[in-house]
Write a protein that binds this ligand. Structure first.
Ligand code: C2O
Length: 532
């Protein structure tokens, strides 16, 4: 196997978008940043040089990081941030996964512009489990913010107000021509009657997206770099963090077709929805003499932004590859947890005369998660440093009405234990679809539904061919059940991938170790690991 070496220089860059020039933080002067392309089995080394004025880390979203926890990247979970004018080299292996993933900043809101695709092809001599496509196109969907995103985050944290709405959606860094002052529209030239593999990524901060191409259907073959059973649809749905590999056959009449991207606003009641309804576009253009170069492309009919039925149909419809061949679901469960996702108020602390407007927070099982400030959780786990976290994250929600608490609470898992988690969204209003992302593992999605999960109702579990993912969109007013094997020692963040919800506390951390001093499973930190 080869080692793929990359250098990421992170710097300010001036970009014109929406009739304005804005300074953004970008990698190697590109938006999206460079695409990492490897074969399964390769090693990767990315030297990240932080030439930006901000503390920064990079996360390789979906990479399992088996025995390389120091390369995972979430700030203060597995490392202290890379300070300005410093560097850190992330070293990891890409083993046992194929498809499309991505990388992004994992500190403050910097992932708004610090992101790119990560493509894993089968190792040399192996083939895709579907007919080889004629063409592959990464489609990185993003959100564009006209204001400085670090300022947006600090305002959000101090005001308790969610920065819900970006100023535009983008396809491969540009808005497309339906927005004002668009100077560029991403265009894919295709040949008739060929198969195009679209590697679609939702790199946006806070918005679920619908994706369509006029006149064309898709066959989904993988999500989150996990192969799926073929799933045919004309609408892809991606929560922030999701990736979808979809085959598209170019069998429409030669011409130009819009690829269109629009918000799915999952908030219920729908009257609370405040999403930008503008459509970002790119163009699929048949490269034939009969294609008129200046003809207006055909526009697809997009779902309404409040269309949870279409979103849930897509999410609930995905299956793993047919067995035999499907990865086996572990049947003996060692740890059963229920995690309730909550949005609410932190109790006022007694020193404040009034805390109105500052107390909106989010929680899992009543705990609003706080990152540690002076040492990363992984360093504290490795060195057995007391006082950085507590290992008392609860396995179930407290009785309703219990005040929310703040804390750096982790759930310790014995190495190799099998964990089942019921994720429950509030069924009372308001509720929204939270894409919950697990670092360090893929999990099986055994069941999903609307309303409250019935404890013990295991008859609906799919133990035969469940889809595997790293990010699960928990339906509005509904629930989902996931299962994974804790076969990777380290500290693994489990959090909402709506970036606004992370500083609000919608997360927790799994600490996988064997409880010895020093922990024999954890590799020592690399010499260049950043210091706080
Ligand atoms: Cu893609 Cu913890 O994030």
């Amino acid at each position: 196997a080869a080692t793929a070496n990359y250098t990421f220089t992170v710097e300010s860059m001036r970009v014109s978008q929406l009739c304005n020039s804005t300074d953004i933080i970008a990698v190697n002067g590109q938006l999206p940043g460079p695409t990492i392309e490897v074969n399964e089995g390769d090693a990767v080394a990315v030297e990240v040089i932080n030439g930006s004025p901000y503390n920064l880390t990079i996360h390789w979203h979906g990479i399992l990081q088996l025995l390389t926890p120091w390369a995972d990247g979430p700030s203060m979970v597995t490392q202290c941030p890379i300070q300005p004018n410093s560097s850190y080299t992330y070293r990891f292996n890409v083993t046992g996964q194929e498809g499309t993933l991505w990388w992004h900043a994992h500190s403050s809101f910097l992932r708004a512009t610090v992101y790119g695709a990560l493509i894993i092809r089968p190792r040399n001599g192996s083939a895709y489990p579907f007919p080889a496509p004629d063409q592959e196109v990464p489609i990185v969907l993003g959100e564009w913010w006209s204001r400085n995103v670090v300022d947006i985050e600090s305002d959000a944290v101090s005001s308790g107000q969610l920065p819900r709405e970006s100023d535009a959606f983008t396809v491969n860094g540009v808005t497309g021509e339906l927005y004002q002052c668009a100077n560029e529209t991403f265009t894919v030239d295709v040949q008739p009657n060929t198969t195009v593999l679209l590697r679609v990524i939702n790199a946006g901060l806070n918005t679920h997206l619908f994706f369509k191409v006029a006149g064309h259907a898709f066959t989904v073959v993988a999500v989150d770099a996990c192969y799926t059973a073929n799933y045919t649809t004309d609408t892809l749905v991606l929560a922030p963090g999701h990736t979808v590999d979809a085959l598209m056959v170019t069998n429409a009449s030669p011409g130009s077709y819009y690829m269109a991207v629009q918000a799915y606003d999952s908030l219920s009641p729908t009257t609370m929805a405040v999403t930008d309804e503008t459509t970002a576009t790119a163009i699929v253009r048949y490269n034939t003499t009969s294609t008129k170069k200046n003809a207006t492309p055909v526009m697809p009919t997009m779902p309404k932004s409040s269309d949870s039925a279409t979103a849930n149909a897509f999410y609930f419809g995905l299956r793993g590859p047919p067995s035999p061949g499907a990865p086996a679901v572990p049947t003996k469960v060692d740890v059963n947890m229920t995690i309730e996702l909550g949005l609410g108020q932190l109790p006022c602390d007694s020193t404040q005369s009034s805390c109105s407007g500052k107390s909106v927070a989010a929680s899992m099982n009543g705990v609003s998660f706080r990152l540690p400030l002076r040492m990363s959780l992984l360093e504290a786990q490795f060195n057995r440093t007391p006082g950085v976290y507590t290992a008392d994250f609860p396995d179930a929600a407290p009785p309703s009405g219990t005040p929310m608490v703040e804390g750096t609470k982790v759930r310790r898992l014995k190495y190799n234990s099998t964990v089942e988690i019921v994720l429950q969204n509030p069924t009372a209003f308001p509720s929204e679809n939270h894409p919950i992302h697990l670092h360090g593992f893929n999990f099986f999605v055994l069941a999903q539904g609307l309303g409250n999960f019935t404890p013990g109702n295991v008859s609906g579990y799919n133990l035969v061919d469940p889809v595997s993912r790293n990010t699960l969109a928990v339906p509005t007013g509904g629930w989902a059940v996931i299962r994974f094997v804790a076969n990777n020692p380290g500290m693994w963040f489990f959090h909402c991938h709506l970036d606004a919800h992370v500083p609000m506390g919608l997360g927790m951390v799994f600490a996988v170790d064997n409880g010895t001093t020093p922990d024999s499973f954890l590799p020592p930190p690399p010499a260049d690991l950043p210091k706080c």
